[in-house]
Design a protein around this ligand. Structure first.
Ligand code: IMP
Length: 519
């Protein structure tokens, strides 16, 4: 095991990895690391194929959306679990299984909770139809995530086990389709738009469309129950009971998806996903209690990104950047070609943000969308630590290697109209040091930054804390001081070995940073 990791984990047997921002913080690498070197069981408990975890193995890159990242170690007997809290699209799962087959990897130890929620065609259609109406746009991934969770809380959704029971499946599906048809008709969309939604490959190129009834229910039953179902039956199991029985006995890794600020319970509603990616939500999503988790890595990137709509106070280029990233023509290739002058030190903030996106390769693993980029927001991070615990793993620090000035947001100044936030009346000019999840407030704040000198030297080759540049060490200390968090390690490059866990005793000898920056 990597030096330092054993110290960090101590005797922990159930470990969670969650994101403390808006997702896309590079969890996959740490998860893969723990999955190969430490875990016996790897389980996912939230979200669905809206996630995208990239794992670099040798010269190959793998992106998983649904299957836990530990699947590459299936041949070593490691068990990968898709938990009860996940919304599962059978088609997306089978696609990933086929990809594994082609790459020569097995998935014989993959287990799917009998209570995992099914994503069916009507969920994807509703998600896409709602997003086509610009007034209600969240910028979802269009994978049917929200509507599937809605059917779950409305107590009519289908679960994985229904794939093995024809009568139950057919009866429940009928009720679901009736509700979805009512909603779709009520939207009053042009029939050509509806038809074009059904025509996408994810919906089998129009197979589930019917001119009169909209949904072709017999075809959905044939595709899901008769064609896809039997391939998945061998993997369905009571994973909750199994996991409860393994707590304290085996090394269990809980793999988070999305991020705390996208949580339907703790995030920036309504611009969130429909599950709770906090450590508590993750534990619940695999059938465990939060107190079963012995250790939680809270991932934070050294800068920030957000995909889709919603407030992002530290975004470089503000609204211009949000609009730019909303334009699907701004692909990775187009940005590389069109914005040759973009750079992380550019004085134009939009171009600076594009510079970060190009340097950090910040394009959606699932949707390919350009991710909005911004400075690290310590107000938001402190809030996330309150929910997920104090231990931080800081990723992608190498993306800052060429920055001459690094900014960290430590407070917000409110500049919106008078607004009541709980027991606090907000007025123009008020300073906020705690994170308000309310978008009415977040859309009207300007961050207050501390500016630090960059280190302007490559960090890729560093293997220990002592080898890191002094300015980076100072940034780490400042993040800890401001948030009350504890940075236990960093990732300094995309490769597997570019990961450093800190020796906590050595670090304790370094004096506090505040004197250095004169705060
Ligand atoms: P949904 O999860 O597809 O409903 O999308 C809701 C919001 O969550 C949108 O802003 C998405 O961009 C965002 N989102 C969902 N999954 C991810 C993820 O894995 N990384 C980053 N953003 C995500």
């Amino acid at each position: 095991m990597q030096k330092g990791l054993a110290d960090v984990l101590g005797n922990a047997r159930t470990v969670a990895v969650v994101c403390n921002q808006w997702g896309d913080t590079g969890k996959g690498k740490l998860i893969d690391f723990l999955a190969s070197d430490w875990a016996d069981i790897i389980a996912r408990g939230t979200g669905g194929a809206n996630a995208g975890h990239t794992i670099v193995k040798g010269d190959d890159e793998y992106v998983f959306h649904l299957i836990p990242s530990g699947i590459l170690h299936d041949a070593n007997g490691k068990i990968n679990i898709i938990g009860n809290g996940v919304v599962l699209d059978p088609r997306a799962l089978l696609e990933e299984m086929d990809q594994l087959n082609r790459a020569g990897y097995s998935y014989s130890h993959l287990r799917i909770s009998l209570n995992a929620k099914l994503i069916l065609p009507h969920h994807i259609v509703l998600d896409q139809a709602r997003e086509s109406i610009s007034s209600g746009k969240i910028g979802t991934t269009g994978r049917g995530i929200g509507p599937a969770y809605e059917d779950h809380v409305a107590r009519r959704g289908l679960v994985m086990n229904d794939l093995a029971n024809r009568d139950v499946f057919v009866e429940k599906l009928g009720k679901n389709i009736a509700c979805a048809t009512r909603e779709l008709r009520g939207m009053g969309l042009d029939s050509q738009i509806v038809k074009s939604i059904f025509n996408i490959p994810r919906l089998h190129g129009g197979r589930f469309y019917n001119e009169t009834t909209i949904f072709n229910t017999p075809e959905i039953i044939a595709a899901y129950l008769d064609e896809m179902g039997p391939r998945l039956h061998p993997h369905i199991a009571d994973t909750e009971s199994f996991l409860r029985g393994q707590v304290g006995r085996q090394n269990i890794l809980l793999e988070g998806a999305q991020g705390l600020l996208l949580s339907v319970d703790h995030g920036t509603r309504p611009f969130v996903t429909s599950s709770d990616p906090s450590v508590g939500g993750l534990a619940k999503g695999v059938g465990l209690r939060e107190k079963d988790v012995d250790y939680c890595f809270g991932i934070a990137k050294a800068y920030m990104t957000r995909v889709g709509n919603g407030p992002f106070p530290t975004e470089m280029g503000g609204k211009d950047s949000e609009n730019h990233c909303d334009n699907h023509l701004n692909t990775r290739e187009a940005e590389h070609e069109k914005f040759g002058e973009a750079h992380v030190n550019h004085t134009n903030e939009l171009l600076q943000g594009i510079g970060f996106r190009i340097t950090g390769k910040e394009y959606g693993a699932t949707t390919k969308r350009p991710r909005r980029t911004g400075w690290l927001d310590l107000v938001a991070l402190k809030y996330a630590l309150d929910v997920n615990g104090k231990d931080i793993f800081l990723t992608k620090v190498d993306v800052l290697d060429t920055c001459s000035i690094i900014k960290l947001a430590t407070a917000y100044q409110y500049h919106g109209p008078p607004y009541q936030l709980g027991d606090k009346p907000l007025r123009k000019g008020d300073v906020l040091e705690t994170f308000p999840t309310d978008f009415h407030v977040l859309y009207h704040v300007t961050p207050r930054y501390i500016e630090l000198p960059g280190w302007e030297t490559p960090t890729h080759a560093a293997q220990t804390h002592a080898e890191l540049p002094q300015n980076l060490i100072e940034m780490i200390r400042l993040i800890e001081d401001t948030t009350g968090g504890n940075i236990v390690g960093i990732s300094n490059g995309p490769r597997r070995e570019q990961i450093i866990f800190f020796d906590q005793k050595e670090r304790a000898k370094i004096p506090p940073i505040r004197e250095a920056i004169g705060k």
